[in-house]
Design a protein around this ligand. Sequence first.
Ligand code: AMP
Ligand code: MG
Length: 485
Amino acid sequence: MTPDPHAWTHRYADLGERFATPQHPTPLAAPAVVAVSESMAHTLGWTVGDLCSEAATQALAGNAVWPGTRPWAGVYSGHQFGQWAGQLGDGRAITLGEWPSADGPLEIQLKGAGPTPYSRHGDGRAVWRSAIREFLASEAMHALGVPTTRALCLVASPEPVRRERWEAAAVVTRVAPSFIRFGHFEHFAHTGQHAALRQLADFVIAHFYPACRDAPGNPYAALLAAVTERTADLLAHWQVLGFCHGVMNTDNMSILGLTIDYGPFQFMDEHDPGHVCNHSDHQGRYAFDQQVPVAHWNLFCLGQALLPLMDNTDQALAALAPYEARQAQRELRLMTQKLGWLGQADGDAQTVAALLALLAQQSVDHTAFFWRLADALAGNDAPVRDLFVQPTAFDAWACDWRRRVLSQGQTVVTAQAHLRQHNPAVVLRNHLGQQAIERAERGDWSEVQRLQNALAHPFEVLPGSEDLCAVAPEWASRIAISCSS
Ligand code: AMP
Ligand code: MG
């Protein structure tokens, strides 16, 4: 397949070389397309067959350049683990251009496509392990209804890449309306390039937040307020799913409120507020229960970067102020949906808090608990009670929960259907990813495919996927995932 050369657009690259540095991918030996997201391909107007063709394989590996594309890497900076890290940038991601879709122009980006001027000491590559995780997680999050960058396909090569051990190279084709991060704004602010900062903000407003242009007051304060809202909403999704991002540096925060840069992320097994999924995060800065305040801290960094475009600091503070209340309110709303409650009632927040404390105290599996509630509603309590060390603690809580569910005119059958629609049976648990990676490294991609299929339908148990809904085995807690990818 060769996409129509005239259909590509280059809106971001057209901002100029201060933003996007022309950079061709580095060729990769013996590439093979090993996975494709059918739904993503469909959105782009392509088929799985198109993407597996020899011509597409070479282009997606970075060995050939599709006519009409203008590959580039972009500069950004950021705060990493609370410290100013200076200039970073697309060290291993190269954007080909924007492809028109029903959802508007979407950037097509090759992650792992070789060195760029922003690689610092890195090799510009990604390894199979991390590429498989990013590919599966992006599409899984999308199917769960969580804002995220997408993944179109996965290209694997036998070319060796040095990490803690020798591994093999892979390229993930990522797709998003934009990959602009908080760190892009921080870059132009910290280097004193205020004209470029304004150009960037105007670009983001024009294409992604057009309502800010005509908002009363300062348009850049309106942009900060809008990003604050989207970020609050994103964090609500993460928290109710038990999703830990792992590296919430400001360069990993999307200006569109998307989940971006899947590295050491984890869907928690046992509910643990203090859970730290990133083995390099020794201080626990990005622990599960720190994610909500950390995102607020990151928004303050964005606000600081936008200050040169505002009239005074108070405009920024006012834009950031609604974060906590909005995040809490969105999280409570999602949580009440998960519990099968219609609307919201006094005391809901307390009942939810009591539940989460109980799950933590009893080390209950997060995903399995919510999925099994539908059975418990119909009187089949055993599967959910089995998750507790002291099931009587559940019984007491469940009494109030059940009464609340059935006091709303719902029948058990309709409430069960509601519960199943709002609680996934299957998420990308670490050990499931790990098993699929190990099989792929032995040349068998069938487990990646089986997981991909199941994760595309997370709210049901597909025939042959029953084992993917089980709680984690004992060895899962020993899987160590760090930033190295
Ligand atoms: P991450 O922790 O993946 O968000 O990456 C942080 C920064 O390091 C970004 O600027 C990445 O582009 C860069 N980076 C990560 N891995 C590599 C690599 N293997 N080669 C070049 N740059 C990298
Ligand atoms: Mg990153």
